[in-house]
Design a binder for this molecule. Structure first.
Ligand SMILES: NC(=O)c1ccc[n+]([C@@H]2O[C@H](COP(=O)([O-])OP(=O)(O)OC[C@H]3O[C@@H](n4cnc5c(N)ncnc54)[C@H](OP(=O)(O)O)[C@@H]3O)[C@@H](O)[C@H]2O)c1
Length: 305
C-alpha cells in the first residue's frame, strides 16, 4: 500500500516521504480500515508517540496521521460492534502506525459509524478537533448554559469546534486569535473577539472557563481571567500559572464512540460546521504539509478519489 512515513525527528515535515508499505493486519479487537480520507495535525511530528512505542523504543519509520474516515475491510480476532463494508470514522492510537496510508489497523472501539450522507473528508476532519472540544468543554470544563468562556484560537481547528459547541450549549463565547481571524471566529459563533496582537486580554475578566489551545505567555496570562471557582482547560500541556481558586486541567483527547456520534449528528443537522481549509490527494500530501502559505482550517488528505 502507499503510505507517508517519517524517520528523522529533526527534519520536520520536510522528512515526510511517500513509500510502499505492507498492508497492516488486524490484531485482537482491531479492524482494518481502507482509509478514504485522513486528517493530520502538524504538531504531531513533535509528539514522542510519533517516534517511539509505549516502552520508549524507536518505532520509525512510522506513519503519521491519527484521524480517518473509511470502510472496514477486515475484523481481528474477537472484534465486535463493526462489520466488513461499514463506513466508519475515528481517532487512531498515538503509538501505532497512523492514517496517512491506504489502510490502517485500529481498535474497533476507537471508531464510530459514519452516516452514509457524510462525506469521508468531512468525517476525517472531526475526530481530533471535535472530541477535543467536546471533552474540554463538557468533561473537563463542566460548561453550563449561561456561563462565559474565553476560547483561544477560535478560528483554528479545535477553537472553531469549541466556539460552536459552547454557543450551542448556551454559553457566552469570547473568541481570541490574530487580527486576521476576527471575522472567521465571529462567523463560527463567537459573541466577541479579542485580537491577541493588539487588544488587552486582561480587559476580559471573571469568566467561568478558559479553553487554551495556545499556551506559553497566553496560557500564563489566562489564569487571571477566570473567576474564583472557574476552570482553565489546556490542551497544550500543564498550566504554569495555577491560582489557588481556579481549577486547572490539561488533557489529551481520547477516542469515544458516543461522542463521535453526537458530533457527526450535529454536522448532519447543521448545528456544527467543519473547518476544512484544503483537501489534497495522497500523492500531493507531502508538498501540502511543506507549503509555506498559511491555510485557514484543516488540511485533509483524500486517500481514495
Ligand atoms: N491535547 C490534545 O488532546 C490536543 C488535541 C488537538 C490539538 N492539540 C494541540 O492544540 C494546538 C492547537 O491545535 P489546532 O489543530 O486547533 O491548531 P490550529 O488550527 O493551528 O489553531 C490554532 C489557532 O490559534 C492561533 N494562534 C496560535 N498562536 C497564537 C498567538 N500567539 N496569538 C494569536 N493566535 C494564535 C493560530 O493562528 P496561526 O495559525 O496564525 O498561528 C490558529 O488560528 C496544537 O498545539 C495541537 O497540537 C492538542
Amino acid at each position: 500500500m502507499k503510505a507517508i512515513v517519517v524517520a528523522d525527528q529533526t527534519a520536520g515535515a520536510a522528512g515526510m516521504t511517500l513509500v510502499e508499505r505492507r498492508e497492516p493486519q488486524a490484531a485482537i479487537n482491531d479492524v482494518v480500515v481502507q482509509v478514504h480520507a485522513s486528517g493530520f495535525v502538524p504538531t504531531e511530528l513533535a509528539w514522542p508517540s510519533t517516534w517511539s512505542d509505549r516502552l520508549d523504543r524507536d518505532r520509525t519509520p512510522s506513519i503519521p496521521g491519527h484521524e480517518l474516515a473509511g470502510v472496514v475491510t477486515a475484523l481481528g480476532y474477537g472484534t465486535t460492534g463493526l462489520s466488513v463494508g461499514q463506513r466508519v470514522f475515528g481517532l487512531a492510537d498515538w503509538h501505532r502506525d497512523g492514517t496517512l496510508a491506504e489502510y490502517v489497523a485500529i481498535e474497533a472501539r476507537n471508531l464510530a459509524p459514519l452516516p452514509g450522507d457524510v462525506d469521508f473528508a468531512v468525517g476525517a476532519s472531526l475526530p481530533i478537533s471535535g472530541l477535543t472540544a467536546w471533552q474540554g468543554l463538557f468533561e473537563h470544563g463542566r460548561l453550563q448554559a449561561g456561563q462565559s468562556a474565553v476560547v483561544h484560537g477560535a478560528a483554528g481547528a479545535v477553537g472553531s469546534m469549541v466556539t460552536q459547541l459552547a454557543r450551542e450549549a448556551g454559553a457566552y463565547v469570547i473568541g481570541t486569535g490574530r487580527a486576521t481571524d476576527r471575522q472567521r471566529a465571529l462567523d463560527f459563533g463567537a459573541n466577541e473577539f479579542v485580537d491577541l496582537e493588539t487588544d488587552a486580554l486582561e480587559d476580559v475578566g471573571g469568566v467561568d472557563l478558559v479553553f487554551d489551545v495556545i499556551g506559553g505567555d497566553i496560557g500564563k496570562r489566562s489564569a487571571r481571567l477566570v473567576r474564583a471557582g472557574g476552570r482553565l482547560v489546556s490542551i497544550v500541556g500543564p498550566v504554569e500559572a495555577r491560582p489557588a481558586d481556579v481549577l486547572t486541567v490539561d488533557f489529551v483527547v481520547e477516542a469515544d464512540r458516543p461522542q463521535l456520534s453526537e458530533i457527526v449528528q450535529r454536522v448532519r443537522d447543521g448545528r456544527l460546521r467543519t473547518n476544512i481549509g484544503n483537501i489534497v490527494p495522497l500523492d500531493d500530501a507531502v508538498a501540502a504539509f511543506n507549503a509555506t502559505k498559511r491555510i485557514n482550517g484543516k488540511t485533509i488528505i483524500r486517500i481514495r478519489p
